[in-house]
Design a protein around this ligand. Structure first.
Ligand SMILES: [Zn+2]
Length: 348
């Protein structure tokens, strides 16, 4: 499919079938963030509505229809997502989408709606969705995108055709980066850890690279700090009066750090071929050597939980960050072993 990195086996048949209009009315696109679900949703809509003959899988990318879809401005193609970060996708949003899908296409041949992220559907909204899944309009296609399909109702999951996305081999990402950004961009392929979207961001945005590195270093520094510094860090982060920014800042840290801590937990269990941060392998190895495996696993799952529930505990941000500061294992860079045992005594 045009300009999609990876998922070749999954998309080969799907692309050909979409060309003939021989498609299911609902698909569930699942897989980690930045793996290409949104791109594929756009390409499917383009394949179904491209005006160029003979049509190709993914659409031509140049006709008016393809360009409008690419820009999110095609009248027959819509995306439903959270309006505010705190709120679920509402039943009103789903009903508006259903009303839209039931109409004949205005410009193209198909109406296509993507729900992104489908796990953000409120309970009533998700139940309401069943109506479309049971009696889909002839010219309509519904795409449910989510990294966590297990959070969808069983009744919803059983009515959609699953398209599970797989991590993309680094060599394939490297080749695509070189083609898009020129030689030299390949070196960012590994940091994507199988997720082309992340590799593209890292290859094309210097700020994304430096922010990522700064956050990684912040974790390492925090792990080397004693309690006083850790609590000062928690207070700093929690005292931002802009609640939305505070929430995003905390969430970013927990998401980024869960990957590093997960890597360290895996290395401590002798699993070394599945790193999400291969470029920090050396730091990760040092941490795994100094901290117990159990502690790493616990902290990694704590960060995942905190990232997931950040909106719910926003009011208690300080208390929860302090809890995190207490639970985060202490790791002394070489030559500070004495400091480590002192800190341990203080915590216990
Ligand atoms: Zn086209």
């Amino acid at each position: 499919m045009r300009d999609v990195i990876g998922q070749r086996r999954l998309l080969e048949t799907l692309g050909e079938r979409a060309l003939r209009g021989d498609v299911a009315h609902a698909y569930g696109l699942s897989g980690p963030r930045s793996i290409g679900k949104r791109t594929v949703a756009v390409r499917l809509a383009q394949t179904l509505n491209c005006a160029t003959e003979p049509a190709v899988p993914g659409g031509c990318g140049r006709c008016r229809s393809c360009q409008l879809i690419e820009r999110g401005a095609h009248p027959d193609v819509l995306v439903v997502s959270r309006i505010e970060p705190k709120r679920d996708i509402s039943i009103e949003q789903v009903r508006a989408m259903q009303a839209d899908l039931s109409l004949r296409p205005l410009e193209g041949r198909w109406r296509v709606a993507s729900v992104d992220d489908a796990a953000d559907l409120g309970e009533h909204a998700e139940v309401a969705l069943l109506k479309t899944l049971e009696e889909p309009p002839r010219h309509a296609m519904l795409l449910l995108l989510t990294p966590s399909p297990e959070r969808l109702l069983h009744t919803v999951r059983s009515r959609i055709q699953a398209l599970p996305f797989r991590l993309v081999p680094t060599a394939e990402i490297a080749a695509a980066l070189a083609k898009r950004f020129g030689k030299g961009a390949e070196k960012h392929a590994a940091a994507g850890a199988g997720r082309p979207g992340l590799a593209i961001t890292l290859a094309s945005e210097e700020t994304a690279r430096s922010e990522r590195k700064a956050l990684e270093n912040e974790l390492f520094k925090l792990m080397e700090s004693g309690l006083t510094d850790r609590f000062a860090w928690a207070a700093d982060l929690a005292d931002d009066p802009d609640t939305r920014r505070r929430m995003l800042e905390i969430e970013r840290r927990m998401v980024e750090w869960s990957e590093l801590l997960r890597d360290a937990a895996l290395v401590s269990q002798q699993v070394t071929d599945r790193a999400m941060r291969p470029e920090r392998a050396e730091d990760v190895r040092r941490i795994a050597g100094a901290v117990g495996s159990r502690e790493l696993v616990d902290t990694a799952s704590l960060t995942v939980r905190l990232a997931r529930d950040v909106t719910e505990w926003s009011a208690n941000a300080r208390a929860l960050l302090e809890l995190f500061a207490l639970k985060l294992p202490y790791y002394a860079a070489a030559g500070e072993v004495a400091g480590r045992s002192r800190h341990r005594a203080a915590v216990l």
